[in-house]
Write a protein that binds this ligand. Structure first.
Ligand code: 5GP
Ligand code: ZN
Length: 152
């Protein structure tokens, strides 16, 4: 997979493509033939890093298996380097937002590495537990609707 060659294509209106082309500067921490990792301008917590494929891919739904394998296989190495950058980092949230409703604001796929320091740092994530509202039949109906798309 490391031997994969990317034929990059860029979207002229995409801010991350501009970073890839060097038209906009970034604080790059790692890059190779497949990905570029650079500091998120927001620094949600110190060390907040984005990992992007070096070609314009809108979101997770647009990846093929080879690109996904190549991009996601690089995440642990970059995550470990971010973690090693500060002994105060005690955990990390790794997030990939897809679609406006899911908080995607830049439509060039990216993976957020958000170092965590304490319960009271600047990152929050809430999953509501709705399990009281679901019967076994409800779960099974959802399961079937998802599985049908994975059958071919
Ligand atoms: P999203 O909301 O799409 O999951 O995340 C997009 C991220 O890109 C945001 O966290 C935002 O701070 C970051 N961002 C937007 N524009 C720039 C930029 O020009 N440079 C860098 N380094 N980060 C950016
Ligand atoms: Zn792009």
């Amino acid at each position: 997979m490391d031997k994969m060659t990317l034929e990059p294509h860029y979207d002229d209106d995409c801010i991350f493509c501009k970073i890839l082309k060097g038209d906009i500067p970034s604080y790059t921490v790692y890059e190779d033939n497949i990905v570029k990792a650079f500091l998120d301008i927001s620094q949600g917590t110190p060390g907040h890093t984005l990992v992007i494929p070096k070609t314009h891919v809108k979101d997770i739904f647009a990846y093929d298996a080879d690109l996904a394998a190549a991009v996601f296989s690089r995440i642990p190495k970059i995550a470990r380097a971010v973690q090693a950058s500060d002994p105060a980092i005690t955990g990390m949230n790794i997030l990939n937002n897809n679609g406006k409703v899911a908080y995607q604001s830049v439509f060039h796929s990216h993976i957020h590495l958000v170092p965590r320091y304490t319960d009271h740092d600047d990152f929050k994530m809430i999953f509501k537990d709705n399990s009281d509202n679901y019967s076994p039949a409800d779960y099974a109906a959802i399961q079937d609707k998802i599985k049908v798309s994975l059958e071919d």
